[in-house]
Design a protein around this ligand. Structure first.
Ligand code: FES
Length: 559
């Protein structure tokens, strides 16, 4: 491709006599005469000292910019925001979490659009900034590579952030003293990197690699490692190759590629947040991925990875046996992945995997296809009179596949948390936490504190939890989230009363409120929505524009 075509956007800002003012500004930030003739590649860095997940990303951005420059482009680093779910969870603060995904997508789109970048490297390392990066990449449709910041190393005694959340519950139950909780608090997070199990960040990293938007092997690297630094340099060079060949993200982000991402999510036993974010990423590029795609693919895809939160191992331990490439190769050979999907290497998925070695003998982290942990998907999409628009459950089978019990209803996460910790919540109950949806919360908070408290109190198999909010990738237990329509929109979740019997059946994929239809209609007729919790500011803005969880909770669709 000619250099002019590769400079399709930047040329409009820096070429010709009329653009002398733009060049003058850019000279001050280091551009030379030669740089103005190169394709400009924006390096979107989510660096921030608010969280360990992203504290190292400025260094990775430098590596990516060096990779761009070495390949003949001009790398320009810019920042976007990030927040940390691990810090915000369990508070009003968490309402800003999903909002941040939209702010990140909007801000990357805004900077790249305004600065005339010809290509993009986006580097993310936490639950919301990763889909935010992908949504911006999809919106811009300029040659781009996503770089995952990498997983954190294990804490002392193989602890991680979820160990700390569960220690809080164990303390409430009286089986752990304060000094023991403090010891875990001080040693579980040893440095930079994303939360260390197959929680949301590692799930999304793997899904994005399967989608074809990051380089092969890059989702299974530790944050602090030579391989991660090398990945960043290669990502910079890869964007120049994509520019040369005119390969834009929408040629990669196809329906088949999203099916590959969903299949990997299931095989790895990944987070339910992938449902929300993959639907949102697909929506951006006009690929209609729905809850039903998770149902269809779940029927043919086994869960193979023994990884936390439902399993035993950490991401670092998976990296030590070869990461996800051998698993992708196995799935490809079994016909479960589409091998002809284009990727950011400029080659197909099958071509990328051609030389992938298998796992070493004797490892027990990734099971063989004929000895799965679960023969079909763990992400269950439930429908029924309590969730006519669908709900998302993570059922690995360890919790059982059916739960029936009386409802105990809460109008917020905090209310539920207090009653779990003070022992009010009893074995056998179905906890309903409502008005926590995308619009009602707003922000669809993750119920990590309640699920961890339930685990810590030893009620993991004895209590179920239903919410129009969602769950952390670290949550486990009998949990159903994303209930749609959400309560604040008049979904049936709004009229559940204490003592109503609810059944969750993950075999039949049903969620049922055992109340007469006539009674449900009468209760709904008498129901009126609570006033909005926020009337100004970003939370109010989000609540006004957000779509349902089943539609990915996107905020830029107005049809
Ligand atoms: Fe950032 Fe978990 S809080 S990856």
């Amino acid at each position: 491709m000619s250099n002019d075509n590769k400079r399709r956007y930047s040329s409009q800002l820096v070429d010709g006599i009329k653009k002398a003012p733009s060049r003058a500004m850019l000279r001050a930030v280091g551009f030379t005469d030669a740089d103005f003739r190169k394709p400009q590649v924006g390096i979107a860095s989510t660096w921030s000292m608010v969280t360990p997940c992203n504290m190292h990303i400025n260094g990775l951005a430098d590596q990516a910019a060096a990779g761009v420059d070495a390949a003949g482009g001009k790398g320009v680093i810019f920042n976007t925001i990030t927040i940390s779910d691990g810090i915000a969870n369990g508070n009003e603060a968490m309402k800003y979490s999903l909002v941040s995904r939209e702010v990140i997508a909007d801000s990357i789109e805004t900077v790249a659009g305004c600065q005339g970048f010809d290509g993009l490297v986006a580097i993310g390392g936490c639950d919301k900034n990763m889909p935010g990066c992908l949504m911006a990449i999809g919106r811009l449709d300029r040659p781009a590579v996503f770089v995952y910041g990498g997983t954190i190393r294990p804490g002392k005694n193989r602890t991680d952030i979820i160990s700390v959340f569960e220690a809080v519950g164990a303390h409430a139950k009286g089986v752990m003293n304060e000094a023991q909780v403090q010891e875990i608090e001080r040693t579980a997070i040893p440095g930079p990197g994303s939360c260390g199990g197959m929680y949301t960040a590692n799930t999304l990293a793997s899904a994005i690699e399967a989608l074809g938007l990051s380089l092969p092997g890059s989702s299974a690297q530790e944050a602090v490692s030579g391989s991660k630094a090398g990945d960043c340099r290669r990502a910079g060079a890869a964007v120049l190759n994509l520019l040369e060949r005119g390969i834009t993200p929408r040629r990669i982000m196809t329906r088949e590629a999203f099916e590959n991402a969903i299949t990997m999510t299931i095989a790895l036993g990944g987070s339910t947040n992938a449902v929300l974010h993959l639907i949102a990423m697909a929506d951006v590029v006009g690929v209609p991925i729905t809850l039903d795609d998770f149902v269809q693919l779940g029927q043919r895809t086994p869960v193979l990875a023994d990884l936390r939160p439902s399993g035993r191992n950490l991401m670092s331990e998976l990296i030590a046996i070869g990461g996800i490439q051998p698993l992708m190769k196995r799935l490809l050979d079994a016909g479960l992945l589409h091998g002809d999907c284009l990727t950011v290497t400029g080659r197909t998925l099958a071509e990328n995997l051609a030389g992938a070695a298998d796992y070493p003998p004797g490892q027990d982290i990734i099971r063989p296809l004929d000895k799965p942990i679960k023969a079909d998907g763990h992400i269950r999409i439930l429908y029924g009179n309590l969730a006519p628009g669908g709900a998302v459950a993570k059922i690995t089978g360890k919790e059982g596949t059916r739960f029936s019990g009386p409802a105990r209803v809460f109008h917020s996460e905090e209310e539920a948390m207090d009653r779990i910790l003070d022992g009010t919540v009893q074995a056998g109950e179905v906890l309903v936490i409502r008005y926590e949806g995308p619009k009602g919360g707003p922000g669809m908070r993750e119920m990590l504190s309640p699920t961890s408290a339930i685990m810590g109190r030893g009620l993991g198999k004895e209590v179920a939890l239903i919410t129009d909010g969602r769950f952390s990738g670290g949550s486990h237990g009998f949990v159903v989230g994303h209930v749609t329509p959400e309560a604040v929109e008049g979904g049936p979740l709004a009229i559940v009363e204490n003592g109503d019997r609810i059944t969750i059946d993950a075999e039949r994929n049903e969620i049922t409120l055992h109340v007469e239809e006539r009674e449900i209609a009468a209760r709904l007729a008498a129901w009126s929505p609570p006033p909005p919790r926020y009337t100004r500011g970003v939370l109010a803005k989000f609540a006004r524009s957000v779509r349902s969880a089943s539609e990915g909770a996107v905020t830029d669709r107005f049809d």
